[in-house]
Ligand binder design. Structure first.
Ligand SMILES: [Zn+2]
Length: 477
């Protein structure tokens, strides 16, 4: 970082951020109170304090992020272009510059703001804050490649509209509250409910007795029982998704990206279910940007895939073939952190029509930085995470075995990073992110990351860069 004469004592400039807008020079600077936006001349919409030596210092508020993005169009969230895309979820709000660095030499479109309503409520953050840190993080690094903003796992139309108002471009609809657990119904019950569906005859005409040819996959054919099951399981979910989509279309007539996620379903999404759900959405004028099916095997958070890679390959091929025929739209891999055994499959079989979402792994990179630079804080975080595990794991599918976790007190400071490599302790550390970030330890953790900012950014750039290399969108080396 360099210093400028106009800036008060104790301020430093992030060199990569410096840019001109009209006659004004803009830069991200860091002073005693943290980061701020420096302007040499006033710009409409940007609000800050005038400096005695000239220029302005503006706080990194949402209003200023929004105004900055009005002046610098590359900082305005935009829609997905063609080709693969990658979601860099950031739970702490300090990771974007590291994420941007991982993109150097990569050919993939990034989503730099991506958090779900659930993640935000666990970390005490908001859609505003997530977008604000993404915009200023991209600005800090002088990033001009464009990015999207994903309001992830939306379970209500109100939340979707709130995110739209803030400038989000990508909306992930999670209809799981409306999916009927068909697995728990008897044959008779399925038959009874199907007869009661108001549009049953319409569905029978549309789907029964037809051979549906899918290029690259073969033939799909619904039996009456399969149609009944798909219809009962998804009818309300389809109505909900259509309602959210059309509400968004009212407020965003210029377009947006809409993903349907059923990745948290109990059973893997079958090709028939995929075909049925997307066809029904299309009949309701819903255009998908991507679909997140539930794959076979276990997608546990922030560890590699647990299951047969062959099963994943077969599922992926089927989903891609259907997506090409009905869309095209992308196939989205959720809980995509650290799925290194799957990335080569996505790279080869995904036909460039994939989206991967990560978030947990960036939090764990942050913890690794803490383990190296503030071992005592890391020990406290590990203890809290263990104490919270029984409760915090509740909404995740995990096969964690606590007995395999090395005893904290027996590890030397140098050995602490082992807890991030061992899968069971890695999961314990991961699922506690909300408890940690909301506690006083969260404040300490942020302080350590700011103090070791370069180390944090470089660790993120390396680890996320490895993801992109394995996905075939970035050259090794
Ligand atoms: Zn998901």
């Amino acid at each position: 970082m360099v210093s400028w004469d106009e800036l008060p004592e104790g301020f430093r400039v992030y060199g990569r951020s410096v840019r001109e807008v009209g006659e004004a020079t803009l830069a991200l600077v860091r002073g005693p109170e943290g980061k701020m936006l420096f302007l040499s001349h006033a710009l409409p919409g940007l609000v800050g304090e005038e400096l005695p030596g000239g220029g302005y210092l503006c706080p990194l508020s949402f209003e200023n992020a929004r105004a900055l993005a009005e002046h610098v169009s590359e900082l305005r969230p935009r829609r997905l272009p063609e080709g693969p895309s990658f979601g860099f979820g950031d739970r702490i709000g300090l990771a974007t510059p590291g994420h941007v660095r991982s993109l150097s030499g990569a050919d993939v479109f990034p989503i730099l703001a991506q958090q779900s309503v659930r993640e935000n409520s666990r970390t005490g953050r908001s859609f505003e804050e997530v977008l604000t840190s993404a915009i200023f993080g991209a600005f800090e690094e002088g990033y001009t490649g464009g990015f999207g903003a994903d309001a992830d796992h939306l379970k209500s139309v109100e939340d979707a509209l709130a995110a739209a108002e803030l400038g989000y471009t990508f909306f992930t609809c999670d209809p799981s509250d409306h999916v009927v657990a068909i697995e728990r119904l008897s044959e008779e019950e399925v038959g009874r409910r199907f007869v009661d569906l108001p549009h049953r005859e319409d569905l029978e005409r549309e789907y029964l007795g037809k051979n549906i040819q899918i290029k690259g996959l073969g033939r799909l054919r619904f039996s009456e029982r399969e149609l009944a099951a798909a219809a009962i399981k998804y009818s309300r979910a389809i109505e909900f998704a259509a309602e959210m989509y059309h509400a968004l279309r009212e407020v965003l007539p210029g377009g947006f990206d809409f993903e349907l996620s059923v990745d948290e379903a109990i059973t893997p999404t079958t090709p028939l279910e995929h075909f049925f759900v997307v066809s029904e959405l299309a009949r309701r004028d819903v255009e998908l940007a991507s679909l997140a099916p539930r794959f076979g095997g276990a997608m546990e958070k922030a560890v590699d895939y647990r299951g047969s890679v062959e099963v994943f390959r077969r599922d992926l091929r089927a989903h891609v073939a259907i997506a090409k025929m009905l869309g095209p739209y992308r196939i989205s891999l959720h809980s995509g952190s650290d799925k290194f055994s799957l990335y080569p499959v996505l790279a080869r079989e995904g036909e460039g029509m994939w989206h991967v979402k990560t978030a947990g792994t960036s939090y764990l990179v942050a913890l690794e930085v803490v383990a190296r630079h503030a071992p005592n804080l890391f020990r406290e975080i590990a203890e809290l995470s263990l104490a919270r595990f029984a409760e915090d794991r509740a909404t995740y599918h995990l096969s964690t075995d606590l007995s395999r976790i090395p005893e904290l007190a027996r590890l030397s400071d140098e050995e602490l990073p082992k807890l991030l490599a061992q899968e069971d302790s890695r999961q314990v550390l991961h699922v506690a992110f909300g408890s940690v970030l909301k506690s006083l330890l969260g404040e300490e953790l942020r302080r350590v990351l700011v103090e070791h900012e370069e180390a944090h950014y470089e660790a993120l750039a390396q680890h996320l860069g490895r993801h992109l290399v394995a996905l075939g969108v970035k050259d090794d080396g």
